[in-house]
Write a new protein. Structure first.
Length: 292
């Protein structure tokens, strides 16, 4: 008598023996059982995979250090060193956080993460901007404290009091609100100007939101010259941190095309081709600020 005949309810899945009469498999199809077993197997080997990954990272670091000692490659500067070498420009970046009531809880968490990335990129950029957070209310502070507690120790970031906005802290003539719906195109970031990004994750639900707000406040608006360099088949969404990175790249390279191509994720560039300089038809824009 074979083993399968002695134990007719036992099955084998990639070396894992299981009993098909186990209550946890009740009402599951064969595919459902395999999916559950695969999930359990993945969870069971989690520690082993982590240990293996740590070992690969350790070996990779040792190999890199050896190459640095032998002069084959240059050492990578630490974030602390990059921050020390960063040159603070006289270009300001204001993030308008006054849209919390228009976001879901999940979108607010995403926005907080974007602010964290924005701070990190600006801090270590060769040429950094003066960052200001405007309209930070109690809800956003609570989310910050829960998900990104280090925010309270951010360096060189001006966090305006809750009842104070950029209208109170800056001269209107020095403010430029970035909006994909603006008729004005900026071709360089000017010293002494403070560029405002609408701090909202909305998946393009709210059209003309930042443009209308800026117009009502009497603030100049402008859009990045995206369509001068790349043409996209559809209207795309950029996050707050991506807009910040594009600006930082331009400050470093003074080249918009390189800035866009370096920062915009590849998945968003799959339907992109260089914009034709002679083309005069309207081209769909990336929502630089409102869709972030």
């Amino acid at each position: 008598m074979t083993e399968s005949q002695e134990k007719p309810n036992l099955r084998n899945f990639k070396g894992l023996e299981y009993d098909i009469n186990d209550p946890k498999f009740k009402d599951l199809s064969k595919r459902g059982i395999k999916k559950l077993l695969k999930s359990e197997q993945w969870e069971a080997t989690k520690d082993e995979r982590r240990a293996s990954q740590r070992e690969r990272i350790r070996v990779k670091r040792l190999e890199k250090r050896k190459k640095v000692r032998e002069g084959l490659i240059e050492s990578t500067p630490t974030k602390k060193k990059l921050a020390f070498l960063s040159e603070l420009t006289n270009v300001g970046l204001i993030i308008d956080c006054g849209f919390n009531d228009l976001m879901t809880g999940k979108e607010l968490l995403s926005f907080v993460n974007q602010l964290g990335y924005t701070y990190g990129k600006n801090r270590t950029a060769p040429k950094s901007m003066k960052i200001c957070l405007s309209s930070v209310d109690s809800v956003l502070k609570e989310t910050f404290n829960e998900k990104l507690p280090s925010w309270s120790s951010w360096k060189n970031v001006n966090i305006l009091p809750e009842n104070t906005t950029y209208l109170d802290a800056f001269d209107k003539k020095d403010l430029v609100y970035l909006s994909a719906d603006s008729d004005n195109v900026i071709h360089e970031l000017e010293e002494g100007k403070h560029y405002i990004i609408g701090g909202i994750v909305d998946k393009n639900r709210y059209k003309n939101l930042c443009q209308n707000k800026a117009v009502d406040q009497g603030i100049q608006t402008a859009r990045l010259p995206i369509s001068d360099y790349i043409q996209m088949a559809t209207r795309k969404v950029l996050t707050v941190n991506q807009v910040c990175e594009i600006m930082l790249k331009w400050l470093e390279l003074k080249d918009w095309e390189k800035a866009f191509m370096d920062v915009i994720p590849g998945r968003k560039l799959k339907d992109v081709k260089p914009a034709l300089s002679q083309q005069v038809n309207s081209i769909p824009e990336i929502r630089e600020a409102e869709g972030a």
